[in-house]
Design a protein around this ligand. Structure first.
Ligand code: GTP
Ligand code: SPV
Ligand code: MN
Length: 595
């Protein structure tokens, strides 16, 4: 399929090491994809679902020990430890290559190696970057066909160039003790072994489009961020674009596909989804604004909690051409189910849980995750083009102009519903002090507050302090920068219930944010930044009082001062590379809180 000598010699080398029985090139054709689906069903790797209800949909279950990203086993392998920084795991490249070689050698014996040429971004566009993933998993091939742009046209666009990202994935024994997700930024190389799950193995996603791309972005003067991109359409037809960075499983997919509250719909407001997980951002030379593209081609979204009220657009997107991973199999209807889909789980006898065992929904206890039918991090892989609210700019070559950048996390207390930073520099600081309760998207404890700067803690491919410096430097390169905000949909009352209704009603906050960008609404200045006047958040049609909004907007100095102490510890942990500007911002925040 190609004469590119860099590609061919690398594949020869990887094949000599992994020793597959055969090598199959993925050409992006439907005929080849269909044959692979049939093969995966014949071996039990996938289950073909009811084709009348869920056309071209399949179910897959991963190994029980392999259900989320593994941050503890994810490495940035730069020549020096300083380049990777203290927040990443680091190993010297030679040492890691040697360790991996032992794990990969002969790992594809008796198996097929698939060669997947793919593009992140529209093939041929200024934003696009190319990759080749070698894998011995049909599940990975079929997911990559949805999540990225795959095919011979990628090889044509690459031509004779060595400028592509090499990715090698082998399932090996799915052995947790020998699972490694490794990145060699200087070698444009990603190597993943002993996993078969999502972010660990779909190498175009977190490994390339965030970790390697953030490294390239710093070198080349652009940004790769863990951000959704959406367009708010006004009744007069104007569309304003917003990007938002929330940590894993904190609401990006939901916000990106938001359906406005009825009274706003009636006035003519709409929201269009450009992306739900990753944004690549570049300065446009013509108008000096920051432009965003979504480099992906599909959604790898959280299934639990997705329903026709919380996110009808996501649900509709999954009704065809979708791969479901680790959800409940309804064997009577040959369909799928997950917690929060509806109140009609399949009856005992007709239900197989994510582990492949019979599941009794009557034993389900909300407080005991081990009784779940679907894994809390179960996911759907669905085509962006099947989303009812996909933006007409989804395939745009130049991207969309960004008016506002929004940071956010899960904070039961402390962070108000929304606030605005006072400048790009202060906004970058707000990003650097983000914190959120951990979720099931990564292995480890759930619900523990940890600092997650820019929602990128697990995804920066170099030193976190240098990444902050890059954010600050970008501010000086954007003549018309977006305004930067912070939101929190997750404040709880004394009983632990969410106070803010969230989901579609988040539109009310988006409108305040965009009004601020246009200078159309006033705000109160507080020690942390600009906070709305409560009456400027539209609560028409909501079962909420102005006092509740006031409560959601309070800035409690004591809890913020406690946070400042925690931030100091975190900055110390990030280490020497933290820019002095961030320390200055932190000192100024502390002084304002104490004033
Ligand atoms: P990744 O794909 O892991 O990067 O996550 P994501 O940020 O796209 O997360 P997603 O939108 O799938 O949100 C996951 C969880 O957040 C689900 O449990 C949702 O129900 C919940 N969620 C999303 N939006 C809101 C909201 O506005 N309020 C509340 N209370 N929960 C929300
Ligand atoms: C996340 O964890 O932020 C995801 C899912 O978007 S994964 O692709 O597994 O990283
Ligand atoms: Mn994500």
């Amino acid at each position: 399929m190609t004469n590119n000598k860099y590609v061919l010699s690398w594949i020869d080398e990887m094949a000599a090491m992994t020793q597959p029985d055969k090598i199959v090139w993925i050409d992006g054709s439907e005929a080849q994809a269909e044959a692979l689906r049939a093969e995966a069903c014949s071996t039990g790797e996938m289950i073909k679902l009811n084709q009348e209800i869920l056309p071209n949909c399949y179910l897959h279950r991963t190994a029980i020990n392999d259900v989320a990203r593994v941050e503890g086993r994810t490495f940035i392998c730069t020549p020096t430890k300083e380049e990777a920084g203290n927040i990443n795991n680091w190993m010297a490249p030679d040492e890691m290559y040697a360790k991996l070689k032992a794990l990969y050698t002969g790992s594809m014996k008796g198996r097929t190696m698939y060669v997947i040429p793919y593009s992140m971004g529209v093939v041929g566009s200024d934003f696009a970057k190319y990759g080749i993933e070698l894998t011995d998993s049909i599940y990975v091939v079929l997911n990559m066909l949805i999540m990225t742009r795959v095919g011979t046209n990628v090889l044509e666009a690459l031509g004779d160039s060595p400028d592509y990202i090499k990715g090698l994935h082998a399932r090996a024994d799915i052995d947790e003790e020998n699972r490694y997700i490794t990145h060699f930024p200087q070698d444009n190389t990603i190597m993943s072994v002993n996993s078969g799950y999502g972010g660990n193995v779909l190498l175009g996603k977190k490994c390339f489009a965030l970790r390697i791309a953030s490294y390239l972005g710093r070198k080349e003067g652009w940004m790769a961020e863990h951000m959704l991109i959406l367009g708010v359409e006004y009744p007069n037809g104007d569309i304003k674009y917003v990007t938002a960075a929330f940590p894993s499983a904190c609401g990006k997919t939901n916000l990106a596909m938001l359906i406005p509250p009825k009274m706003l719909q009636e006035k003519g407001y709409k929201v269009w989804c450009v992306g739900d997980d990753i944004a690549w951002l570049r300065v446009n030379k013509e108008d000096g604004k920051l432009y965003a593209v979504n480099p992906e081609n599909g959604f790898f979204g959280v299934a639990p909690g997705t329903n026709d009220k919380s996110n009808p657009n996501a649900l509709a997107t999954t009704m065809r051409d979708t791969i479901f991973t680790n959800v409940v199999h309804d064997t009577k209807n040959n369909t799928v189910w997950w917690e929060g889909l509806n109140d009609n789980p399949p009856a005992p006898g007709n239900a197989i849980d994510w582990k492949g065992n019979p599941w009794d929904c009557t034993k389900y206890d909300k407080k005991d995750k081990s009784t779940c039918g679907a894994h809390p991090n179960s996911r759907f892989t669905a085509l962006a083009q099947n989303c009812p609210c996909i933006s007409s700019e989804f395939n745009s070559l130049k991207g969309v102009p960004v008016s506002a950048i929004v940071f956010g996390g899960r904070r039961a207390k402390t962070a108000p519903l929304v606030y605005q930073s006072t400048s790009w520099q202060n906004g970058a600081f707000v990003g650097s002090i983000m914190a959120s309760e951990t979720t099931a998207a990564a292995a480890g404890a759930v619900g523990v507050v940890r600092r997650d700067p820019m929602a990128m803690r697990p995804f920066v491919g170099y030193n976190m302090g240098d990444y902050w410096a890059h954010w600050l430097a970008m501010g000086t390169k954007i003549p018309n920068p977006p305004k930067i905000f912070h939101v929190n949909w997750f404040r709880t009352d004394d009983e632990g219930h969410f106070i803010w209704p969230g989901f579609g009603d988040n539109m009310r906050v988006l409108l305040w944010i965009l009004d601020r960008c246009e200078g159309k609404v006033d705000a109160d200045i507080t020690p942390i930044g600009y906070v709305p006047k409560a009456e400027d958040i539209n609560i028409e049609g909501l079962d909420i009082t102005l006092d509740t909004i006031k409560e959601l907007l309070t800035v409690d100095k004591e809890s913020w001062l406690a946070d400042v102490e925690n931030i100091k510890e975190f900055y110390a942990q990030v280490g020497d590379a933290v820019p002095q500007t961030m320390y200055d911002e932190l000192a100024a925040l502390e002084a304002r809180l104490k004033a």
